[in-house]
Design a protein around this ligand. Structure first.
Ligand SMILES: Nc1nc2c(c(=O)[nH]1)N[C@H]1C(S)=C(S)[C@@H](COP(=O)(O)O)O[C@H]1N2
Ligand SMILES: [Mo]
Length: 340
């Protein structure tokens, strides 16, 4: 790794403060309206296929602009583990982002990700599996019913949000390829496409591409771990990782890798992007832990985005981001200061 990258204050709490939306309004569950039963909705695949023909495409072609939103409604049921905390306003969820493939400022993903072509899309699932497969997004969507999961997202930079994701358990995708007994970890990769991802072009490259993440197999199989295809009832905006991204709510946000094109079952702990970039600052496990500070800042508290901006009181950060009841047993007997 070059010194240039090691010195870069990449996942930095001060980065992008200028673009924090100081929204007073706070979303609620009611803003979404009641979930519509799946049986009353056109098959999901149809929605996603329609995006190729209509969506925002015609309007943006006519105006010569990148489409601000190709969002299409999704059919879903209410899933387990949802928090009842107020939702972070959609505007914040979709304009204050980390997605370094599009740039390092918080506003860059919303500005530049509109040009990413997310259809067609397929995911290669390989490695230590009985049935390796390359699955088109439509086939992935048939693996399990979509659920809404309202999760807290805690970024290692010291901010958090509450996001109503739409997705399904990662375990359903893994079951499809039948992991072998020798598989102990799951590795994930994001798309590399410099022509559509300005952060992958030019002189300064903050990370080695592809963006890589990984989980232990038991973490990957845990029912809290989902692949998200939507938020706020609609398909994912590109800046949030369309068309398919991981969400692991008890870990720092950088584990929740976006725009996934490859999932590999492996025997050994796989290399992961932020750990490669700075192993002293970013561990493989990266479970949210108020008792283990980042070398350059405390992790004891967090700022909830949308709650009165920089002047709102910080909240205490909870062990495992408040999901300890579900996941603490995965780490029984492990020293979480060593395995941070
Ligand atoms: N491919 C990719 N995935 C990524 C990132 C990234 O830069 N590239 N940033 C991560 C970080 S640091 C966070 S906090 C979350 C942010 O997700 P959101 O923008 O949907 O809130 O995405 C994670 N997934
Ligand atoms: Mo993050």
């Amino acid at each position: 790794m070059s010194d240039k990258r090691a010195d870069q204050p990449a996942c930095d709490p001060d980065r992008g403060k200028k673009s924090v939306r100081q929204s007073a309004a706070v979303g609620t569950r009611d803003a979404l309206g009641p979930p519509i039963p799946s049986s009353e909705i056109t098959p999901r695949a149809l929605y996603l296929r329609r995006r190729e023909f209509i969506g925002g495409a015609i309007a943006s072609l006519a105006l010569g602009l990148p489409s601000p939103s190709n969002a299409e409604p999704l059919a879903f049921d209410k899933g387990p583990f949802g928090t009842t905390e107020p939702l972070t306003p959609k505007k914040d969820v979709t304009t204050y982002n980390n997605f370094y493939e599009f740039g390092t400022d918080k506003g860059d993903p919303a500005s530049y990700a509109g040009k990413l072509k997310t259809s067609p899309w397929s995911v290669a699932i390989d490695g230590l599996v009985a049935k390796p497969a390359t699955l088109a997004l439509d086939d992935i969507l048939k693996l399990a019913p979509l659920e809404e999961r309202i999760y807290r997202l805690r970024c290692v930079e010291g901010w958090s949000m509450v996001i109503p994701w739409i997705g399904f358990p990662l375990s359903a995708l893994l079951a499809r390829v039948e992991p072998l007994g020798s598989a102990k970890f799951v590795a994930f990769e994001t798309l590399v496409r410099p022509s559509e991802m300005p952060g992958q072009r030019g002189f300064f490259q903050p990370l080695d591409w592809p963006y890589r993440e990984g989980l232990r197999l038991d973490e990957a199989m845990h029912p809290l771990t989902i692949l998200a295809v939507g938020l706020y009832g609609e398909t994912l905006p590109n800046q949030n990782g369309a068309p398919l991204r991981l969400v692991v709510p008890w870990k720092y946000g950088f584990k929740s890798i976006k725009s996934i094109v490859r999932v590999s079952l492996v025997e050994r702990q796989p290399p992961t992007s932020w750990n490669m970039q700075n192993p002293r600052e970013y561990g493989f496990y990266s479970n949210v832990n108020p008792a283990v500070d980042h070398p350059r800042w405390s992790q004891a508290t967090e700022r909830r985005i949308g709650e009165g901006g920089l002047f709102a009181p910080r909240r205490p950060t909870l062990p495992f981001n408040g999901y300890g009841e579900q996941v603490a047993s995965l780490y029984a007997g492990m020293d979480l200061k060593t395995y941070f």
